[in-house]
Design a protein around this ligand. Structure first.
Ligand SMILES: Nc1nc2c(ncn2[C@@H]2O[C@H](COP(=O)(O)OP(=O)(O)OP(=O)(O)O)[C@@H](O)[C@H]2O)c(=O)[nH]1
Ligand SMILES: [Mg+2]
Length: 731
């Protein structure tokens, strides 16, 4: 389906359209004409709604269905039943489309922070981001999270201020917030034509043209001269834009200082350079829901975000040189280098999403997994379109595709496996995986038949492979299966998916927060592990100390001189230390943030062994932790509540009751936003509370912030509970 740029009519002054933009078939374009973009933002800002429009205007879908739309169909990218029911995106979904001669791969990501890994993996492999913001709420807590993620992977981005049709929309305020709260050098490249119910379109400040969106679904973009009532303001804003770009682009600054007229092409190029260099963020605007501003945003993606060939600073790791970064070129003739960034189980075996950094991936070729060294033939290569796929024969450097039937883990790198025995020294770096903060004991319903118990195991195995933020372990003492994740919703979704996709009814315990244990002071150890009665004996002595460190990690330092502790036993000492910290004695959670220093010890010619040293270290370190002022740390969440101002007092009261600390409180018109740090343990069931407190008008999000010490009386209580549970379980 094509869309037309209509010639403006009447007094606004007609102009000849440029080459008509039209959607081509999804033929693979060269890497120069490819854009790989991620759409990321705070929950509910309209990412999926925007992606739906993009797919419609580029001819990928022939109708628009809305998230929670009245037709009950649901948006293309939210293809999972659960997503359609809840009206939120849970899994990132990939699609692709053509815009003019360009090929755009798009990943729509969830906004809910419980599914943050989906944003993480998309930004890890994509070349540009579209940061969507609500025109009314502006920068919200998860916008800041996404901003951090975009910065982590050096992703150039454009911003799109959405929902300009809503009452109170104010794109200028949002740009200001981008500059102040995210420290981005952002500036609008458009201005709105009308806001709220009068929102009709946008003026492109670069080209000095107005766009309005006609046709039943905004598919006809009318390009006219700027209405005369806006022309002064447009000139003023265009100047502000030029100054902002000139601040970070020397070539433009020179022209500007010389007083030259800066034409649209020169300005477009300068904005592109500055955006790709991550010095500038061009801000677009419109209303996805009301079909306004989407096509110019696509033009902006093509003009300002880098093609894979123009992405700066892409490096692989040299595995034979301490993982030193090696710059790589997006060259389809170079040896293959691809990164598996997302896995899904499917009817046809594992579906693996890959980003090709170098070389060409062909159906039928052999590829080698750099981590496992295993060689596999690629049975099928496909392009993803949410839950549909199209088979292709090959894909080249710079593309994002998926392969079938190749077993691997998330973030494995692949190289060519054509020559047997050959290995590559290059791999791509992995991504940041946040640690789970909440756990739930789960089991198949009592009396479930063996096939259901098996399905339960299979489901968990599959989910943990697909999602590195979901962890599963069996508790040694209680023998319960514990799943851990990023939040209540994260775990609830998996419990629900076990029911829907595996027919396993699950009983779940109460959610538990993931505490940690730490020490507060140095303590020494001098420990002899000795069993020399009958048979082969055990003898190991170790001397040293433990001390707290800043990082939430464990360090082992061997300071022994001489051979009192023979060097072959040192690794066993370290293992014993790790055994000791795996489960603390206060509340049974890992002990973190400590260094163990081994200074001396003794061994016996016959009775010393790996096992003896490992046991010695376990007991020595456990004992030392008991003497080092051990304390319990709890996860604290950054909570953001937004609600009509009349409820502000009640909300703050309830945050105080939950041991929360208010960090910010702002009111904009009738709406208040309250930020607070609140212990996660106090936030269970908060959604029900906030709903009743605000008559359903309040919204909140929360995100893990840090672990901090609990109060002494609370620690005493937690320890008591843990001891009682342990005693019960050992009966
Ligand atoms: N008024 C208005 N509503 C919008 C606009 N864009 C999206 N919405 C509505 O906002 C809600 C959320 O939209 P989604 O597209 O699901 O938002 P999302 O960012 O994909 O949400 P998550 O994926 O769950 O983070 C839906 O009810 C949309 O209809 C807009 O431009 N104007
Ligand atoms: Mg969505």
């Amino acid at each position: 389906m094509a869309w037309r740029r209509l010639i403006g009519s009447g007094s606004a002054g007609a102009r000849t359209p440029r080459t008509p933009l039209r959607a081509l078939s999804a033929a693979p374009a060269s890497a120069d004409l490819t854009r790989n973009i991620g759409i990321s933002a705070h929950i509910d800002s309209g990412k999926t709604t925007l992606t739906e429009r993009i797919l419609y205007y580029t001819g990928r879908i022939n109708n628009i269905h809305d998230v929670r739309g009245k037709d009950g169909v649901g948006a293309k990218m939210d293809s999972m039943d659960l997503e359609r029911e809840k009206g939120i995106t849970i899994q990132s979904a990939a699609t692709h489309c053509s815009w003019n001669e360009n090929h755009i791969n798009i990943i729509d990501t969830p906004g809910h922070v419980d599914f943050t890994i989906e944003v993480e993996r998309a930004l890890r492999v994509l070349d540009g981001g579209v940061l969507v913001l609500c025109g009314v709420s502006g920068v919200q807590s998860q916008s800041l999270t996404v901003d951090r993620q975009m910065k982590r992977y050096d992703v150039p981005r454009v911003a799109f201020v959405n929902k300009l049709d809503r009452a109170g929309a104010n794109p200028d305020k949002v740009v200001e917030q981008l500059r102040e709260q995210m420290a981005l050098h952002a500036c609008a490249v458009q201005m709105p034509i009308g806001l709220s119910e009068n929102h009709e379109g946008v003026v492109d400040l670069v080209k000095r043209v107005a766009y309005t969106f006609k046709g039943v679904k905004g598919e006809e973009v009318e390009e006219t001269d700027v209405p005369s009532s806006l022309s002064d303001e447009v000139e003023e804003r265009r100047n502000t834009l030029i100054e902002a770009v000139a601040d970070v682009d020397d070539a433009l600054a020179e022209l500007y200082l010389e007083g030259d007229e800066i034409d649209a092409d020169v300005l477009t190029e300068a904005i592109g350079r500055a955006t790709k260099a991550r010095e500038f963020v061009p801000v677009f605007m419109g209303s996805a829901f009301k079909n306004k501003g989407v096509q110019p945003l696509l033009d902006g993606v093509v003009s300002y975000l880098p093609a894979p060939t123009a992405r700066e600073g892409v490096c692989a790791l040299d595995l034979e040189n301490d993982e030193a970064p090696v710059p790589i070129e997006c060259d389809s003739d170079a040896p293959l280098l691809a990164l598996a960034f997302k896995l899904e189980e499917s009817r046809f075996g594992q579906l693996t999403y890959v980003r090709i950094y170098q070389g060409t991936l062909k159906k039928g070729d052999y590829i080698q997994n750099v981590r496992t060294r295993s060689r596999t033939k690629v049975p099928r290569v496909v392009r993803m379109h949410a839950d549909d796929m199209e088979e292709i024969d090959e894909a080249s450097a710079g593309d994002v595709v998926a392969i079938f039937g190749v077993e691997c883990a998330s973030m494995d790198s692949f190289v060519s496996g054509e020559k047997r025995g050959e290995s590559s020294r290059l791999a791509m770096a992995s991504m940041y995986v946040p640690r789970p903060v909440i756990s739930l004991a789960v089991a198949p319903k009592k009396g479930a038949p063996p096939n259901v118990v098996d399905a339960f195991g299979n489901a968990l195995q599959r989910f943990t492979r697909e999602d590195p933020t979901l962890r599963v372990h069996v508790d040694n003492e209680s023998k319960q299966t514990i799943i851990s994740g990023m939040g209540e919703l994260h775990l609830d979704v998996y419990v629900e998916r076990m029911k829907r996709e595996y027919n396993v009814e699950v009983t779940a315990g109460e959610p538990q927060v993931n505490y940690r244990e730490a020490i507060t002071r140095k303590a020494t150890f001098d420990y002899l592990h000795k069993k020399q009665t009958g048979g082969s004996g055990q003898y190991a002595k170790i001397i040293g100390y433990i001390e707290p460190i800043e990082e939430e990690t464990f360090e082992f330092v061997n300071e022994c001189v001489g051979t009192n502790v023979p060097s072959e036993f040192i690794p066993s000492v370290e293992k014993g230390c790790r055994d000791a910290i795996a489960k603390g004695d206060l509340v049974g959670f890992p002990v973190e943030g400590l260094r163990v220093v081994l200074q001396d010890g003794a061994a016996h010619a016959v009775d010393s062994s790996d096992q003896a040293f490992r046991a010695a270290a376990l007991y020595a370190v456990k004992k030392a932790i008991g003497e080092a002022g051990a304390k319990v740390l709890e996860p604290v969440m950054a909570l953001e509540v937004s609600a009509p101002t009349e409820f502000q007092g009640d909300i703050m009261g309830s945050i105080n009751q939950r041991r929360g600390m208010i960090t910010n409180n702002s009111t904009d018109g009738a709406q208040s936003v309250i930020n607070a740090d609140v212990p996660l343990a106090q936030l269970f069931g908060y959604s029900t509370d906030i709903r009743s407190q605000t008559q359903g008008k309040g919204e909140f999000t929360m995100e893990y912030k840090t672990h901090t010490s609990v109060m002494p009386d609370q620690q005493a209580e937690l320890v008591k509970e843990f001891q009682a549970r342990r005693a019960e379980e050992s009966k």
